[in-house]
Design a protein around this ligand. Structure first.
Ligand SMILES: *Cc1c(COP(=O)(O)O)cnc(C)c1O
Length: 351
C-alpha cells in the first residue's frame, strides 16, 4: 500500500462555504460585475490571442499595466496565478527545510499550509485584541531565528490596518524576509508599495481578486526590489500565468479610471454595511463588537459566532466564520440589508 507522507496526511482541501442560491458575503470578492467597457475589451483581446503559442513567461504587458496603475517600477513586478501561487513559490524558494517562518494570528490560512508543504517550522505569534504588536513580532522573529515573516495588511480576517510607520519599523528591525500581503490595501491607504525598493528584505503581494473584481482570472503580483524580484522569476514555473489571464489583466489594469469608480462603489457599500451594524448594535447593545475595517468586509466579535454563521446560511446568507470572527463581505445594498435583517433577528432569537 502506498502511504501518504507526513506532510500530506494532515492536509485537507480548502473548503469554501457551500452557498448555492445564497447571498454570497463569504469570500471577500467584489459584488460588482466588471464595467461594460472592460468586458468589451476582454472580448477583443481574447479574440486576437495566439492560442497556439506559449504566453510571455515574464508577463511584461500585464506587469507593465499593473506598474502604471500603482505607480511602481515594472522591473519590480512579478505576476502569479493568484497570490496564492506566489505565496507557495515564496515559501518553496526562500525557506530551507526546517527553517522557521512566522505568522501573526489570526491571519490568512494559506500561510500555514504553504509552510507545512515547505517543511518549515511554524512560529505563531499572537495578537492583542486582534491587533499586531510590532515589538512582540520583532522580539519573536529574533528569538526564534525566523527566516520568513508573513502577514496581511489590512488583515484578513480582522479587517484591521497596521499603519505604515509600524510596518516599516518591523521590516527594518528583523533579519527575516518580510512578505507583506496587501490583498486589501486598495481599500485603505497604508501601502508600502512606493518604497519597496528601499528594502532588501521585503516582498509585497497584491491581487486582482478583491478590489479589481477579477477573482476568476487568478491574477496575483509580487512587488520587490531587483534582487528579490529576480529570485522570484527564477523560482516560479515559466508559464505560471496563462495567456488569457495575462491579456485580461492587462486590459483591465490599463483602465484605471473605471477601476477607481468601481472601488468607490465598494467603499460606499462597506460604509453602508458598517453603518447598518452600528444600528443593530444600538438596538441590541453589548451583543457584539465590530472591528474598525480597512478592507471590503466587516469583522465581528461575538459569542456563538459559529452558530450565527450556520443559522445565517440556513436562511440564505453565506458569511464566513474564521479566526474566531464572523467575517462579512460587503455586497450590493439589498444584500447588505438582507444580512443585517437576518443578523438582528438571529441575535434576538438567541437571547
Ligand atoms: C483573498 C486573499 C488573497 C488573494 O489570493 P488570490 O490567490 O490572489 O486570489 C491573498 N491574501 C489574502 C490575505 C487574501 O484574503
Amino acid at each position: 500500500m502506498f502511504d501518504l507522507n507526513e506532510k500530506l496526511r494532515g492536509l485537507a482541501a480548502y473548503q469554501p462555504v457551500e452557498g448555492a442560491g445564497c447571498i454570497r458575503l463569504d469570500a471577500n470578492e467584489s459584488f460588482l460585475p466588471l464595467p461594460k467597457e472592460i468586458r468589451a475589451a476582454f472580448r477583443q483581446v481574447l479574440g486576437d490571442l495566439e492560442y497556439s503559442r506559449y504566453p510571455d513567461p515574464a508577463a511584461r504587458e500585464l506587469c507593465g499595466a499593473f506598474a502604471r496603475y500603482y505607480g511602481v517600477d515594472p522591473q519590480s513586478v512579478v505576476a502569479g496565478n493568484g497570490s496564492d501561487e506566489l505565496i507557495s513559490v515564496i515559501f518553496q524558494g526562500f525557506l530551507m527545510k526546517g527553517e522557521a517562518f512566522a505568522t501573526v494570528d489570526p491571519d490568512f490560512s494559506m500561510y500555514a499550509q504553504a509552510g507545512a508543504l515547505a517543511e518549515a517550522r511554524h512560529v505563531s505569534i499572537g495578537k492583542k485584541d486582534y491587533r499586531i504588536d510590532p515589538e512582540e513580532v520583532i522580539g519573536a522573529c529574533r528569538r526564534e531565528e525566523v527566516k520568513l515573516l508573513i502577514f496581511s495588511n489590512p488583515c484578513n480576517p480582522t479587517s484591521l490596518v497596521l499603519d505604515r510607520a509600524a510596518v516599516r519599523h518591523i521590516v527594518r528591525s528583523v533579519e527575516a524576509l518580510v512578505v507583506l500581503d496587501e490583498a486589501y490595501m486598495d481599500f485603505s491607504d497604508q501601502s508600502l508599495l512606493g518604497e519597496v525598493s528601499e528594502y532588501g528584505n521585503l516582498i509585497i503581494l497584491r491581487t486582482c481578486s478583491k478590489a479589481i473584481g477579477m477573482a476568476a482570472a487568478r491574477l496575483g503580483f509580487a512587488v520587490a526590489g531587483p534582487r528579490l524580484a529576480e529570485a522570484l522569476r527564477a523560482a516560479k514555473s515559466p508559464y505560471n500565468v496563462n495567456g488569457m489571464s495575462q491579456a485580461l489583466g492587462a486590459a483591465a489594469l490599463s483602465r484605471g479610471g473605471l477601476l477607481r469608480q468601481a472601488l468607490a462603489q465598494v467603499l460606499a457599500s462597506r460604509d453602508q454595511l458598517l453603518a447598518g451594524l452600528r444600528a443593530v448594535d444600538q438596538a441590541l447593545p453589548g451583543r457584539f463588537r465590530v472591528l474598525p475595517s480597512g478592507a471590503n468586509f466587516a469583522a465581528l466579535v461575538l459569542p456563538q459566532a459559529r452558530r450565527v454563521q450556520e443559522t445565517l446560511l440556513e436562511r440564505g446568507v453565506a458569511v464566513r466564520f474564521t479566526g474566531g470572527l464572523l467575517r462579512v463581505t460587503c455586497g450590493r445594498p439589498e444584500e447588505n440589508r438582507r444580512f443585517l435583517q437576518e443578523f438582528q433577528k438571529i441575535l434576538e432569537e438567541l437571547t
